[in-house]
Design a binder for this molecule. Structure first.
Ligand SMILES: *Cc1c(COP(=O)(O)O)cnc(C)c1O
Length: 360
């Protein structure tokens, strides 16, 4: 049986102490990547999975008991000219800082966040653990391309009462990933569930938010859909976002709309980047409320965005038994252009004119 998590050997851990943050890199058990491959599927995945266990972690803590924690997700991508580069880590650093503050934790310094992400990827690559650039990826817009997923997250100190975390740890692990969505486009369904509520934690990448997302995504999958889309919690008519991705609609009028940010929507870095790329193309962009009715009558293209999704075309959206099919079920022109431009910048086949990439 293959285990679920392939953890690279070097992880980062910082503990919040009376003297501030104390960080260290920890090298878990490993062989060379070639020796690990030679162990066969079961032996290799057992070793990879063993690196996910961590002995002095408190078993009962505010994260394991009450979901008090937050995380980030970002990628280091193999570059056409060699090496790896991380997409906009400074933005994740700021969001992580805001998330921790939002959870009343001592926030983790932004510069240390970027340094630790770079260094963790670099140390693993130094041991041979990193994907290599493959020119064949260019043929299908990097849909099958590999990268390193970086997952920084918090763990609260031990304690059993419902409480805040005053002395959290920040951990960073990395794992190799390929395409997140298996198809090049997907069918989505509007879920009846409510992901986030006003004055809640929807704007924070908070661990506790993802329980509802996982339930709704499971229900969507059972019904044959790839993704679930949430409506606003109050009026139940405006589109919010997907389970872990933001959403865009390209209207017949030529306007590219994504729901405006607020309490209940996660401020995606891919979202912000795609808005910028669309504006560069002189596309009229709007961050505003968009109702499900407007989508059904006016949208000609639809895609979801996120670190894992990139810009993934949505083929159709089903709501109350009715199905809106976008662009006749084919990938739309603007969607493809934005997706390919983003991938090109990320993998280094297009010039990084915006300085979005941080070399490792
Ligand atoms: C992480 C996430 C996103 C996408 O954010 P990116 O910074 O683009 O990866 C969107 N929505 C939710 C709910 C998320 O958790």
């Amino acid at each position: 049986m293959a285990f679920a998590l392939k953890s690279y050997p070097v992880i980062y851990r910082s503990k919040y102490t009376a003297d501030g943050w104390k960080g260290a890199y920890i090298e878990k058990t490993h062989k060379t990547p070639e020796e690990e491959a030679a162990l066969g599927e079961t032996g290799r995945s057992r070793l990879e999975n063993s690196r996910n266990y961590y002995d002095d972690m408190p078993l009962v803590n505010y994260t394991s008991q009450y979901g008090l924690g937050c995380f980030e997700g970002l990628k280091a991508l193999p570059q056409k000219n060699g090496g790896l580069a991380i997409f906009r880590p400074g933005r994740n650093a700021v969001r992580f800082y805001m998330s921790m503050k939002g959870l009343y934790m001592p926030p983790f310094p932004e510069d240390e966040f970027v340094k630790a992400c770079v260094e963790t990827v670099k140390r693993n690559a130094g041991l041979g653990f990193s994907p290599r650039y493959n020119a064949a990826w260019e043929k299908d817009s990097f849909m099958t391309a590999d990268s390193v997923y970086i997952r920084p997250f918090t763990i609260a100190e031990g304690g059993i009462g419902v409480n805040l975390s005053r002395a959290p740890w920040v951990m960073i692990i990395t794992t190799p990933v390929s395409a997140y969505f298996s198809a090049d486009k997907s069918d989505a369904v509007v879920t009846e569930r409510i992901r986030a509520t006003p004055r809640g934690t929807g704007w924070i990448k908070a661990a506790s938010n993802y329980v509802i997302s996982a339930l709704a995504k499971h229900e969507a999958a059972e019904a044959g859909y790839m993704e679930c889309i949430f409506l606003d919690p109050v009026e139940r008519k405006y589109i919010e976002e997907g389970s872990s991705c933001n959403i865009f609609f390209y209207l017949k009028s030529g306007e590219l709309v994504t729901p405006e940010l607020g309490d209940t929507i996660l401020p995606g870095i891919t979202r912000a980047s795609l808005l910028e790329l669309a504006e560069d193309r002189k596309v009229k962009t709007s961050e505003r409320k968009i109702s499900i009715e407007e989508v059904f009558s006016e949208a000609k293209e639809c895609f979801v965005s996120g670190t894992a999704a990139g810009a993934t075309p949505i083929e159709s959206l089903t709501w109350q038994g009715k199905k809106a099919v976008f662009n006749g079920g084919k990938v739309g022109e603007l969607t493809a252009e934005l997706r390919d431009t983003l991938k090109g910048i990320q993998y280094g086949t297009l010039p990084d004119t915006k300085n979005w990439m941080t070399g490792v």
